[in-house]
Design a protein around this ligand. Structure first.
Ligand SMILES: Cc1cc2nc3c(=O)[nH]c(=O)nc-3n(C[C@H](O)[C@H](O)[C@H](O)COP(=O)(O)OP(=O)(O)OC[C@H]3O[C@@H](n4cnc5c(N)ncnc54)[C@H](O)[C@@H]3O)c2cc1C
Length: 822
């Protein structure tokens, strides 16, 4: 054997052992075996054996490794890494990791993904969707609610309460519906397709708020009293955390509760004197009970030694003396109930704390835990529902609307925007189904919830922009006939609430993901925060696991980057195989880049938000891609859905690649070096082609099975705007051959407008039956309703003081006319 051959073989064996993540002992034995072979062929002499021994012996003798290497590494680690604050600790401890952990670790086991059960509704949940949800969608007129009433009509509120819409999360034993997270998601999707007010009003009490907090932390008395009343709508809750001075930085709320003695129901008791000023609180103007977050102090040590107890959550009845409530904010013309609340020297007994005295100071932990669930459901589902409905509506509209004698949806430029809507609708439904299934399996997915919240609301924003562009003036002129405008206006609300998006992307996704999903970092941090020999043992195990892990990811990234990804494992051999293989490569890259970023930047990675954001993008896109592949498999690998799947995967993985390259471009010399390892042959993922865009657009244009699956579960009854559009689409498609027949009989070209006149002409020429005439007339009626927009008298658009003055003036005139007549 030649020296070169032995070196290559040794490197291959070493690389292979690292690639497959062999243990330190097995890797060491592998090297020893290769050295033995080298000795046999007279390639390896005593010097090389000594060098090998210098490296391997200390590493494999635990006492030596711990006592010398790990001890020094631990000392260095403690210097570099910042201490974790209590708030950060709570955020890290709250929640669990699930499939995203596997993606983070560089070598996803796809069979684990596909063995997760498919999300399904129970019979009772399906009946609720088909019954009360369908009914309330018929009841609500969004224009009336947003423009005329600035609220939902009283009968809609009552219907929601009577049918327990606010009690989807409340357990049956308290009279609630106790629906799965997946069912809640489907309800919100359907409502969001009809009205943002409706979806927000139902979403909030079922997300973070008194209901959720009480179920997890409430005392028996609190649960027995409040939960049945919340279930029937007798109590309407809100949850007040945000203050004018503390928005994103909610941990710094200046609102206080001071433990003191005071009078409650005629007796002196130990209680809390509250002073607070909150804003942006959803449902506050109509709430009967306020979930309030404040910082609790005990200066007189009435309940213990600690003076500053920390953030605490309590339930305060609306009519408590000192509470000021009822005025409203006006969130972007989507006037769901939202407003400020204030309280001055409000005295309440200690047992108003959620969970009682024992939970004093534990409010932050409670909020973070509950938010990790709610955030994965409400806004992602509202966004997905909105986009699903818009996908169908935009498809129908762009077939009905014609310019230059062509449905606008057949024009390539329009198809580009339509493809984004269609592909994203497919993907967004996939992400919400998959994430809510995780919750139903018992996860509290704080990383996934941040991914879902950020990306689904951003996709909503992008799709809304596309839908508005395609609808042109039809989307712009507000009125009862406009099904897009209010949703478009309301998008920034979804972007801002439950963790504003810039912060969520810059800090939360990766910030939490890196620590929670990484197999060793958290353990290293926890061990470094402790002292004694046990801490050293823990650190030793974690740090050497980590070093092996990083070396393995280096080898994997290089091997997969050199084209090896094409041979990596994938659970299917069809056209989806490439995506699993590309994700194998990206997953190894993410794991390697994470270690490099943490190693190079240490604690300052937290401040390098744009690096952190792009690492978060990589994790997010891997998660989104997995959810999309899972949906395709769960739905029986429908061949007709392939354009949607291909579009979603190619767009997602292309975005992942570009985000990764941007990261490398902004990471100095390290980035350049990593680029050589990760992209030795250049870019390898292409964005969806024009041809694929066109195929996706075609799915949206006319009824077919894929389109039906895309809009599954949305409100499409003919009473609603979208149902009417669907019916008109069917009529127009049926009208086309009739129109052709009349053209042929008349022997001239007739534009596809004034279909009622075409009908009359066809009847005169004797080429249309009465039924066909009626169909053309109906199609024309529908077509006009679809393309027309509303107009108003000036006074119908006035609001506030001007409207009141106009009404008074007019009333005076009318009264004047009446008395003249008398
Ligand atoms: C319609 C509506 C309903 C709401 N409902 C409720 C409710 O029911 N209960 C409740 O308690 N609150 C509610 N909120 C408050 C909401 O959660 C806050 O608006 C949100 O936390 C952001 O706070 P802010 O608006 O003060 O923005 P700021 O905190 O002032 O943020 C401004 C910008 O800076 C960014 N930013 C801030 N910090 C960082 C950082 N460290 N790194 C990077 N970027 C950062 C943000 O992403 C944002 O883009 C609601 C808000 C609205 C508008």
């Amino acid at each position: 054997m030649s020296v070169a051959l032995w070196i290559i073989a040794t490197l291959l064996v070493f690389g292979g052992l690292l690639y497959y993540r062999s243990s330190l002992l097995v890797t060491s034995l592998g090297l020893v075996a290769m050295f033995a072979i080298g000795s046999f062929f007279d390639i390896v002499g005593p010097v090389l054996w000594v060098l090998l021994a210098i490296v391997l012996v200390p590493l494999n003798i635990t006492a030596v490794r711990r006592g010398f290497i790990s001890k020094s590494l631990l000392a260095m680690y403690r210097k570099i890494m910042p201490e974790i604050s209590e708030t950060e600790k709570d955020a890290i401890d709250a929640g669990t990791t699930w499939w995203e952990g596997e993606l983070f670790r560089g070598a996803p086991e796809w069979k684990n993904l596909h063995s997760i059960q498919k999300a399904e509704l129970s019979r009772e949940e399906q009946a609720f969707l088909d019954g009360p949800v369908e009914e309330v969608c018929k009841m609500l007129n969004d224009w009336e609610a947003t423009h005329e009433l600035a609220d939902m009509p009283e009968e809609v509120w009552q219907y929601l309460k009577d049918n327990k819409f606010f009690a989807m999360i409340i357990k049956k034993e308290y009279g609630g519906l106790e629906f799965s997270a997946y069912a809640q998601s489907r309800v919100l999707q359907k409502l969001a397709g009809v009205s943002t007010i409706l979806a927000s009003t139902v979403g909030v009490p079922n997300s973070l708020g008194p209901g959720e907090l009480l179920q997890h932390y409430g005392t028996k008395e609190q649960k027995d009293y409040y939960l049945p009343r919340l279930a029937t709508g007798e109590e309407v809750p809100c949850f007040a955390l945000t203050s004018p001075e503390a928005g994103s930085d909610a941990g710094s709320i200046p609102d206080t509760g001071v433990i003191c003695k005071g009078e409650w129901e005629g007796k002196e008791v130990v209680g809390i004197r509250l002073n607070f000023n909150k804003r942006y609180i959803t449902l506050a103007p109509v709430a009967t009970v306020l979930g309030l977050a404040f910082k609790l102090y005990d200066p007189e040590h009435l309940i213990g030694d600690k003076e500053s107890l920390g953030i605490t959550a309590a339930l305060i009845p609306r009519d408590t003396k000192g509470v000021e409530i009822g005025r409203r904010h006006f969130p972007l013309n989507v006037p769901f109930q939202n407003g400020p609340i204030r309280g001055e020297d409000v005295f309440v007994p200690l047992d108003f704390i959620i969970g009682g005295k024992d939970m004093a100071g534990k409010g932050w932990r409670m909020l973070v835990e509950c938010l990790s669930v709610g955030r994965a459901i409400t806004l992602p589902s509202n966004s997905a529902g909105g986009v699903k409905s818009i996908a169908l509506a935009t498809g129908a509209y762009s077939y009905i609307r014609r310019q230059f004698n062509l449905p606008v949806g057949k024009m390539e430029g329009v198809q580009e925007a339509m493809a984004r809507i269609g592909g994203n609708a497919y993907l967004m439904d996939a992400v919400t189904s998959f994430s809510t299934k995780g919750i139903d399996l018992g996860e509290k997915p704080s990383v996934i919830s941040a991914i879902a919240k950020y990306h689904m609301t951003e996709k909503l924003r992008a799709c809304m922009d596309d839908a508005m562009d395609i609808h042109g003036g039809k989307g712009i002129c507000l009125g009862p006939n406009n099904y897009l405008g209010r949703g478009y206006q309301g998008v920034p609300v979804a972007i801002t609430v439950e963790g504003a998006n810039i912060l969520t992307r810059s800090l939360m996704i990766y910030g939490q993901g890196a620590i929670r999903c990484h197999p060793y970092v958290l353990e290293e941090m926890l061990a470094s925060a402790e002292s004694g020999s046990e801490a050293l043992n823990r650190f030793d195990k974690a740090i050497f696991g980590h070093i092996g892990f990083a070396m393995s990811n280096f080898v994997r990234s290089l091997a997969l980057g050199l084209g090896g990804y094409r041979f990596s494992s994938a659970p299917y051999k069809d056209s989806t195989k490439q995506y699993y293989q590309q994700m194998n490569r990206f997953s190894a890259n993410l794991a390697l880049l994470s270690d490099v970023a943490m190693g190079v930047l240490g604690g300052s990675l937290k401040r390098k938000q744009r690096i952190s954001a792009r690492l978060g993008d990589m994790l997010s896109y891997l998660y989104i891609g997995s959810a999309t592949l899972k949906r395709f498999a769960d739905e029986g690998r429908q061949h007709e859905d392939l354009p949607l799947l291909h579009w979603a995967m190619q767009d997602t993985l292309h975005k992942l690649q570009e985000s990764q390259l941007e990261l490398l471009d902004n990471f100095g010399f390290v980035g350049k070096a990593m680029r050589v390892i990760m992209y030795p042959l250049g870019r390898f993922v292409k964005r969806p082609s024009d041809r694929l865009d066109s195929k996706v657009a075609k799915i949206l244009l006319k009824p077919n099975a894929s389109r039906e699956r895309l809009g599954a579960g949305q409100f499409l009854a003919p009473e609603g705007q979208f149902g009417y559009l669907e019916q008109t689409l069917l009529d127009i498609i049926e009208a086309e051959p009739l129109h052709d027949r009349v053209q042929r009989a008349a022997n001239k070209r007739i534009p596809f407008i004034f279909l009622d006149k075409v009908a009359a002409q066809g009847k005169e020429l004797g080429v249309l039956s009465d039924d066909e005439v009626a169909l053309l007339e109906r199609a024309e009626q529908g077509r006009l309703r679809v393309i027309n927009v509303d107009d108003f008298a000036h006074e119908d658009l006035m609001a506030g003081k001007a409207a009141r003055e106009w009404a008074l003036e007019n009333q005076g005139k009318n009264q004047g006319k009446k008395s003249d007549a008398a």
